[in-house]
Design a protein around this ligand. Structure first.
Ligand SMILES: [Zn+2]
Ligand SMILES: [Zn+2]
Length: 359
């Protein structure tokens, strides 16, 4: 019987075990994918370091690119744009497979599906272990939004599409029309760099990126930022760009309450604050509601994204990776057999992303 390898995380910090399991046979509506590569997201690092609790055992990794290996009976033969997919087609897919019928799926809250399957986050039950990217194969369940990848799109550019890039697309959609806008971005990790480039592509006039790490902030200048600095520089940078009026949009990508608390007052009257980074609990954000009311501010939280955002993310990357150095952001690849080493390398902070690929 053919087998496939997966990396199982059982809850012991820093430990992943490579195990062989029978190669899954795709069931009705399912697609078997051969994993080409998977980049390690910040949430994977938090989980393996023991800072984030998940149902275990589990196969982590959700920033996945693969190629179709086999179709189950009745499985879709096209992606969400209607483009034909066949065995060997390179694809990415949405992090959450929705049921399409529950309250959330029918109210544009796709990633909150009440019965959804979230790749790289599922408890590995016998017979359904292959639901993450740190493996040789992954099985796509019915309801998975698949996007075919343009020919030639580099693996390191495509892998983060279904997490970082699509989330940024959703965040900036929530920010509204960016033509001529001043967009302030907190955090210059993969999301912040992507947000800077996308804001520029969407017509923002001023893109200001701040980060506590000077090297990261400086890198944002290669991704469309018109001004970069430390968080303490933000008031001066925003004032200079807007003649003191304030930023139209603030995008929070650090998850640190302190970053938000020090920055939100740089948003202009009638402006918008988009919260994305705060995916694990931190200190409360102390704010007098009257300040929100009198300044007529809008505040939106964005967690994950819907299928249309993934399609837009891939379309964005297909063009943007020729204009911005996205290909340099995944700066180390490790074979699946060295997955534990990959996590150690990713944790030291010198890489924006580290990738793992079978073979
Ligand atoms: Zn992620
Ligand atoms: Zn649903």
């Amino acid at each position: 019987m053919p087998e496939s390898t997966l990396a199982l995380f059982s809850g012991t910090p820093g430990e992943l075990s490579l195990e062989r399991r029978p190669l899954p046979v795709p069931g009705p509506g399912e697609i078997l994918v051969r994993v080409l590569g998977c980049t390690l997201c910040g949430s994977d690092l938090h989980t393996v370091a023991g800072r984030r609790s998940v149902a275990v055992p589990t196969v982590l990794g959700h920033e996945i690119v693969g190629e179709v290996a086999a179709f189950g009976p009745g499985a879709p033969r096209h992606d969400i744009a209607g483009t034909v997919i066949a065995e060997g087609t390179a694809i990415t897919w949405a992090i959450v497979a929705g049921c399409g019928e529950c309250f959330c799926c029918t109210h544009d809250l796709w990633p909150k599906c009440e019965r959804g399957v979230k790749y790289g986050h599922q408890r590995a039950a016998a017979g359904s272990e292959f639901r993450g990217g740190l493996a040789e194969h992954c099985v796509l369940v019915p309801g998975t939004a698949i996007v075919g990848l343009p020919a030639g799109l580099a693996l390191e550019v495509a892998c983060p599409a279904n997490c970082a890039t699509a989330t940024v697309v959703a965040a900036l959609e929530a920010a509204g029309d960016l033509s001529g806008a001043c967009v302030a971005i907190l955090g210059a990790g993969l999301l912040g760099l992507t947000a800077a480039a996308l804001a520029q592509v969407r017509g923002a006039r001023d893109v200001i990126v701040v980060d506590t790490r000077a090297g990261r902030a400086a890198r944002a200048a290669e991704f469309g930022a018109t001004a970069v600095g430390s968080p303490g520089d933000l008031p001066g940078l925003v004032a200079a760009a807007t003649a003191g009026r304030g930023a139209d949009v603030l995008v929070e990508l650090t998850g640190a309450t302190a970053a938000l608390a020090g920055a939100w007052e740089q948003v202009r009257i009638g402006g918008t604050i988009i919260l994305v980074g705060a995916v694990s609990p931190d200190a409360p954000w102390a704010i007098v509601p009257e300040r929100i009311v009198r300044r007529s501010l809008s505040i939106r939280g964005i967690h994950n994204y819907s299928p249309r955002h993934l399609a837009a993310a891939v379309a964005f990357l297909a063009d943007a990776w020729h204009r911005y150095p996205f290909a340099g952001l995944v700066s180390a690849w490790y074979p699946l057999s060295q997955v534990t080493t990959a996590f150690v390398a990713a944790a030291d902070g010198s890489h924006v992303r580290v990738g793992v690929r079978p073979g």
